[in-house]
Design a protein around this ligand. Structure first.
Ligand SMILES: Cc1cc2nc3c(=O)[nH]c(=O)nc-3n(C[C@H](O)[C@H](O)[C@H](O)COP(=O)(O)OP(=O)(O)OC[C@H]3O[C@@H](n4cnc5c(N)ncnc54)[C@H](O)[C@@H]3O)c2cc1C
Length: 432
C-alpha cells in the first residue's frame, strides 16, 4: 500500500516545478477549481526553450495503437474546440501514411492506430478516406503535388494541430490572472528537491539562486529534464530527442498551402500548414529517437539527459526531412532548412504517462513519461494530476510509479533504432 498522503484543501500550498504542458495544465485546472495558493517555477519564461511544447505547432489526433489514449485524445479534441482553447486549434485534417520503402513495423502500427478510430462513434460521418494512391492525397489536398509514389494509409478529417507556443502562453496568462504565482529564471530553476530530516516528506525545492520554495505538495513536471532533479526516475523514463526544422515561405506561397492537412509519413516525418504569422512550415523527422547518456554524479549510473551543447540536427534526420519535402511539396526542394534543433521528451517503454506520488515520500508527485504524445492533452491533463493530489494516490494502474520496467528502446509505434546523439553525424549545413 502506498503511504497515505495528507489531504489537501483549496488553500493548501502547491508547488508546481516546470511550466511546460503538464505543469501549466495542472496549475490551470487547480486555479480554475478554486485553489488559491499555487506557485509554478520554471527556469525560463513561458514558453520555455526547454519545453518540448515550445513549438509553432503540434499534432492533435486521436488514433493510437492503445485505445485507452484514443478516448483521452477525443476528450481533449472536444476541449480544444471550446471558446477557451479554440483560437489555438486547427482541424485541418491529418494524412497518416507510410512510404513505399516503409518497414512493415510502420505499416502495422498505422493499421493498429486506425483500428482505434475507424468505427468510433465520436468521429463525425465521413471522417476517414483511404489512401491507396498518391492521387487520393492530391484529391484531398491539391497543394501536395509531390509524387508520393507507393504511399498508403488514410486521411482523418477529425484531427489537425494546435498552435503550441501560443496555447502555452495563453494558459500561463490565464493562470496569472487567476492568482497563480509564476517564478522564472534562476529563482525558478530547481536544482534540488528538499525533504524533512527523516527524508519521508518532500517540503519543496531549492533553486539556482539559492531560494527555497516550500509547499505542502510539490509536483515535478520537468519533461525530458526530470532525471536531472530525480535521477531515480531513470528506470521508468528516458530522455530522447528528434530533429525539428523549418522552411520559410513567402506570404503568397503560404497562402497556396493554406488548409493543408498535417502530413505524417510514419517512416519519414511530418509537417504542418505554414504558420499564420511567420509563414514557416515546421517539419520533424520520425525515428526511434536519440538519447544522451551521461554518468550520474550521485549514483554513478548512466542517465539520458537533454544535451545543451548539440548544434544542428542529425544528418540522418536532415535526409528524412529532405525526402519528405521531395515526396510531398517538391516545389520547395532547395529551400534552406532554418531554425533547426533537436527537441527532447521523456519516453516510457510502454508510452504510458507516470502521474503519481513518489513511493515512500509524502507530498511529492511526478508527472512525466509524456512519450512524445502529451501536447494534445494540454486542455485536460491537469485534471488527472488534480485527481491524484485530491485522492492522495493514483488509481489508474498504468499511470502509477513503476518499480521496474522494460527498457524504452524498441517502441512499437516508432521506426528505426535508438542511437546516442554523441554517436551520430550532425548536420550543421543549412542548405538543402
Ligand atoms: C520532436 C517532438 C515532437 C512532438 N510532437 C508532438 C505532437 O505533434 N503532438 C503532441 O501531442 N505531442 C507532441 N510532442 C510531445 C509534447 O511536446 C510533450 O509531450 C510535452 O511537451 C511534455 O510536457 P511536459 O510538461 O512533460 O514537458 P515540457 O513541455 O518539456 O516542459 C518541461 C518544463 O520544465 C522546465 N524545466 C526543465 N528543467 C527545469 C528545472 N530544473 N527547474 C525548473 N524548470 C525546469 C522547462 O523549462 C519546461 O518549461 C512532441 C515532442 C517532441 C520531442
Amino acid at each position: 500500500m502506498p503511504p497515505i498522503q495528507s489531504p489537501i484543501s483549496k488553500d493548501s500550498s502547491i508547488l508546481i516545478v516546470g511550466a511546460g504542458v503538464f505543469g501549466l495544465s495542472t496549475a490551470l485546472h487547480l486555479a480554475q477549481d478554486g485553489y488559491t495558493n499555487i506557485t509554478v517555477l520554471d527556469r525560463e519564461n513561458v514558453p520555455s526553450p526547454y519545453s518540448a511544447g515550445n513549438d509553432l505547432n503540434k499534432i492533435v489526433r486521436a488514433e493510437y495503437e492503445d485505445p485507452f489514449y484514443t478516448e483521452l485524445a477525443l476528450d481533449a479534441i472536444k476541449k480544444w474546440q471550446t471558446p477557451f482553447w479554440a483560437p489555438y486549434i486547427r482541424l485541418t485534417g491529418y494524412v497518416l501514411a507510410t512510404s513505399a520503402s516503409s518497414p512493415s513495423k510502420a505499416r502495422d502500427s498505422l493499421h493498429k492506430s486506425f483500428l482505434s478510430i475507424n468505427t468510433h462513434p465520436a468521429f463525425p460521418p465521413a471522417s476517414f478516406s483511404p489512401v491507396t494512391t498518391a492521387q487520393d492525397i492530391r484529391h484531398a489536398a491539391p497543394m501536395l503535388e509531390g509524387p508520393m509514389e507507393g504511399w498508403t494509409g488514410y486521411i482523418n478529417k477529425y484531427a489537425g494541430y494546435a498552435r503550441a507556443a501560443k496555447a502555452l502562453e495563453h494558459a500561463a496568462a490565464v493562470c496569472s490572472d487567476l492568482g497563480v504565482k509564476l517564478v522564472t529564471g534562476d529563482d525558478g530553476y530547481a536544482i534540488e528537491v528538499l525533504y524533512t530530516a527523516a527524508g519521508k516528506e518532500c517540503i519543496g525545492v531549492k533553486t539556482k539562486s539559492g531560494t527555497t520554495h516550500t509547499a505542502s505538495k510539490t509536483v515535478i513536471c520537468l519533461g525530458a529534464h526530470i532525471g536531472t532533479l530525480l535521477p531515480g526516475i531513470a528506470q521508468q523514463v528516458t530522455a530522447k530527442s528528434w530533429a525539428v526544422a523549418h522552411i520559410q515561405l513567402t506570404a503568397s506561397e503560404a497562402e497556396a498551402m493554406r488548409g493543408c492537412p498535417v502530413v505524417n509519413c510514419r517512416d519519414l516525418g511530418f509537417f504542418f500548414e505554414p504558420d499564420d504569422d511567420t509563414h514557416k512550415i515546421k517539419l520533424c523527422a520520425n525515428g526511434a529517437g536519440y538519447t544522451n547518456y551521461v554518468s550520474n554524479a550521485g549514483s554513478g549510473k548512466k542517465l539520458s539527459v537533454p544535451s545543451t551543447s548539440i548544434v544542428g540536427i542529425p544528418r540522418e534526420d536532415e535526409n528524412l526531412i529532405k525526402r519528405l519535402i521531395a515526396e510531398t511539396i517538391p516545389r520547395f526542394v532547395g529551400r534552406e532548412l532554418i531554425d533547426r534543433f533537436i527537441c527532447w521528451c521523456s519516453d516510457a517503454a510502454n508510452s504510458d504517462y507516470v502521474i503519481d506520488f513518489v513511493p515512500g515520500c509524502g507530498g511529492l508527485v511526478v508527472v512525466t513519461g509524456d512519450s512524445g504524445h502529451a501536447f494534445k492533452m494540454l486542455p485536460i491533463a491537469g485534471k488527472w494530476v488534480q485527481q491524484v493530489l485530491e485522492a492522495g494516490m493514483q488509481s489508474t494502474r498504468r499511470w502509477k510509479w513503476k518499480v521496474s520496467v522494460k527498457g524504452s528502446e524498441d517502441i512499437s509505434w516508432r521506426v528505426g533504432h535508438v542511437q546516442d546523439i554523441k554517436d551520430v553525424q550532425m548536420s550543421k549545413v543549412t542548405k538543402l
